[in-house]
Structure formats: structure tokens, C-alpha cells
Design a protein around this ligand. Sequence first.
Ligand code: ZN
Length: 95
Amino acid sequence: MKLIAAFIILGIGLVYWSVMLKQRERDRIHRGWLRLPVVDKYNQRNPLSRSGRNGSACCYCGSRSIRQLGLEARNDQRRVHACNHCNANLYRTYR
Ligand SMILES: [Zn+2]
């Protein structure tokens, strides 16, 4: 009986531990998203984006081909905009 109780407690502990690790990973991804500049700040800092043409350009390679992805899932409202040419993460938006 004590052995079954020990296994149940161990199982609950493992589930709790895995939920904690998953939440920690999600927090780390969110903090990384927050470190990206918002689009207005990015365009202010990046002279290629301020050159008068519409849209932003990659500050690393100058490409204007930029894709946007959901941070954790396709329909995530936290969007990351990345260069299609050099794959650098450029700025964030929220939709
Ligand atoms: Zn680029």
C-alpha cells in the first residue's frame, strides 16, 4: 500500500515538474520576443527602412522580403518578423 502511494506521489511530482519546465520555456520564449524592437523603433533605427519606400528592410542584408510568424503557434497574436534572405529576427508586432 505504501509503495502504491509512493508511486502516486512520484507521478504527481513528475507531472508538476514537467509543467514547471514547460512554463519556464514559454517564459524564456516570451522574454526573447520582448527583446525584439517594435516596428516603429526598428524603422527609426534602420536607415534602409527610412529611405522613403514603403515597408521595412532587413538591417543585416537589406532585403525587403520579410515574413511574419506566430511566436509559439501559427495563430499566436505575438508576431515575429524575420528576413526571408538571411533568416534574422528583426522586430515584433502584436495583432
Ligand atoms: Zn536579411
